[in-house]
Design a binder for this molecule. Structure first.
Ligand code: ADP
Ligand code: MG
Length: 588
């Protein structure tokens, strides 16, 4: 392997030359106790910055083996190191000067969630550590200014690496805390199933956030406290005894006046599928990891979903066992969201009336009398919720402040009162007795058909009479096999990702926690389109294979090219389904 002095000599030689001469620096260099790898060199000072990675042998990094052998611990440790490294690197950002992105040093910026990221990875077998970042190689105009790059690679970066990427340099008890928190979280998650729960919210948790634009905990908030009747106790391996609200399997209804904290509780449950960093306030809020938030999403595309469980006999005669639209209504979009969540294997649906289509959720008694069941294409969720739980084992937590209809079908009813939950099941049930009972359809719905199999090539079909929104982009005819994997992926924060200029709108996929998950989703979709859409394998099989691939070989297995970019975070299986389902060019 080349050494750091080789690199330094090379850099001095190319000083003041044209920018492309930087390309020669690509390669790996020994820097004593670590290896610096220049994975990709940018084309000019204004282009997307160069990709650089740091590699440290397991023995040299020195982290105790038991800290990275299990996935939960490893992900927590990776996340911790990344945060430390980032705050070090921030001190030197743009300290080296020049035009364009010269001197930029950029590392992933994790939020409150602890995710698996390409920015920092520890090999579970060898303990080898890899940290990936972006560096703007400095220039004046388009003339190489290598003395500035020498500052970065030989002064700034080594300081950051030496200070935080070796175990002996860190505060051992701080690292231990991170590992212990991961253990406790995993313990709670494992206990959920045994205890018959779908979620746990520890007493003392801080659920509200600082503001609509800050994910940090709200200061001086009302701390969470479980109603006595729902309180469960867990004996965590490190923290010891913790009490909190155990939400049981079945149908749980959250009611309460406006502004009393219903949506805040539900939001915390939505994100309880992820782990949160120490100090977040939601460290011990844990939801089953396959939970899916369901909402209305007017305008989304639906491709070959069997929504007949909820929608039938549409006035335009449109088939709902294999439903297509480029522009779904509130209720059909929400029906598709439920069916797709079921397809992804969810065991818990999370629903907030604030973001629902009313006609999908309920149909009141008076309306049933006036407009007969046969005249209404929609079977509302309330008439299917019991079936979903009894027959499919899918629980739901529904926030409903304005309609009492759900009282009759709920197993548990919780009222939020000034941010404090109270359990009011028997009281509400007694009141509900006085009203006519809910009538449910006599016939059980057919099992949804999940056999849809994406084909290669572009789709964008609509077999109904709807206006085809976005048809200009989504409606091209089949182009045959597209094996070119030089796809152009561009993510727009958490809003969506574009694949060869085809936008996938993820704005309403609310459990995406980080823009890096969106970028990863783009790569996954591109990979699936190029290698897996064969017209035979169903969506379930394809996503299953992708999950397995990533488990065995990591994200690297779906990213083309000879290096792994920083800036990718692992999404859940549920979001992979969600992303694929919103791809208008999908030929399905
Ligand atoms: P709802 O859905 O019942 O109308 P929200 O959950 O939207 O109510 O909460 C209303 C407001 O109260 C929000 O601004 C939220 O940040 C704040 N809030 C929620 N929970 C708490 C709490 N535990 N302590 C203090 N403020 C809270
Ligand atoms: Mg609300």
């Amino acid at each position: 392997m080349k050494t750091s002095s080789d690199l330094q000599i090379l850099l001095r030689n190319i000083d003041r030359r044209g920018y492309p001469a930087y390309k020669d620096t690509k390669g790996s260099y020994g820097f004593g106790n670590y290896m610096l790898s220049i994975d990709h060199v940018q084309g000019d000072p204004f282009a997307s910055p160069s990709k650089v990675s740091i590699h440290i042998e397991g023995k040299t990094a020195g982290f105790p083996e038991e800290y990275y052998k299990t996935k939960e611990r490893r992900v927590a440790l990776q996340d911790y190191l990344l945060r430390l490294f980032r705050s070090e690197v921030d001190k030197y950002n743009f300290k080296a000067k020049g035009s364009g992105k010269s001197g930029l040093m950029s590392v992933s910026r994790p939020g409150q969630e602890v995710l698996e990221r390409t920015a920092c990875e520890i090999d579970p077998k060898s303990g080898k550590l890899a940290v990936r970042l972006e560096v703007g190689f400095p220039a004046n105009g388009r003339t190489i200014c290598s003395s500035e790059l020498i500052k970065i690679l030989f002064d700034f970066l080594p300081k950051c690496v030496q200070d935080v990427l070796f175990y002996r340099k860190l505060n051992g008890s701080e690292v231990e805390k991170i590992i212990f928190l991961a253990d406790d979280r995993e313990y709670i998650r494992n206990r959920l199933e045994e205890m018959g729960l779908v979620a746990f919210v520890a007493n003392g948790s801080v659920l509200p956030r600082e503001s609509g634009v800050s994910d940090r905990p709200m200061k001086n908030s009302v701390l969470f406290r479980s109603p006595e009747s729902m309180e469960v106790e867990m004996d965590l391996p490190h923290k010891g005894r913790v009490k909190g609200m155990g939400i049981r399997k079945g149908i749980t209804l959250i009611v309460g006046g406006g502004y009393h904290g219903k949506s805040t509780l539900l939001k915390a449950l939505e994100l309880g599928v992820y782990n949160h960093i120490a100090g977040d306030g939601r460290e011990y809020v844990v939801t089953v990891s396959d939970a899916v938030k369901i909402r209305a999403e007017d305008g989304r595309c639906v491709k070959n979903d069997d929504i007949s469980m909820f929608v039938n006999n549409l006035p335009n005669g449109k088939e709902t066992k294999s439903f297509y639209t480029e522009d779904a209504s509130g209720s059909t979009s929400q029906a598709a969201n439920v069916i797709e969540a079921m397809e992804s294997g969810t065991s818990l649906l999370l629903i907030d009336e604030d973001t629902c289509a009313t006609n999908f959720m309920v149909r009141d008694e008076l309306m049933q009398r006036v407009v007969h069941r046969e005249k209404e294409p929609i079977t509302p969720f309330i008439e299917r919720a019991r079936y979903l739980y009894e027959k499919k084992g899918i629980s739901c937590i529904v926030v409903a402040g304005s309609s009492g209809s759900y009282f009759s079908i709920a197993d548990w009813i919780v009222q939020m009162d000034n941010y404090v939950p109270m359990e009011i099941t028997s009281l509400a049930k007694a009141e509900a007795e006085k009203y006519p009972p809910l009538s449910v359809p006599e016939k059980e719905p057919d099992e949804p058909d999940y056999r849809r199999a994406p084909r290669a090539g572009k789709g964008g079909r609509d077999n109904g009479g709807h206006m085809q929104r976005n048809m200009g982009r989504g409606g091209r005819g089949g182009h045959g096999d597209n094996r070119d994997n030089r796809v152009k992926i561009k993510s727009m924060g958490k809003e969506g990702v574009s694949l060869n200029k085809e936008n996938v709108n993820l704005h309403y996929v609310e459990q995406i926690a980080d823009s890096e998950q969106v970028t990863a989703l783009g790569y996954l979709l591109a990979y699936a389109e190029n290698h897996m859409f064969n017209g035979k394998d169903s969506m379930q099989e394809i996503v299953g294979k992708l999950m397995k691939l990533m488990e065995q070989k990591g994200l690297a297995s779906v990213v083309p090219g000879d290096y792994l970019p920083s800036g990718l975070a692992l999404p859940r299986k549920q979001e992979i389904f969600a992303c694929f389902n919103r791809y208008r060019a999908m030929n399905l």
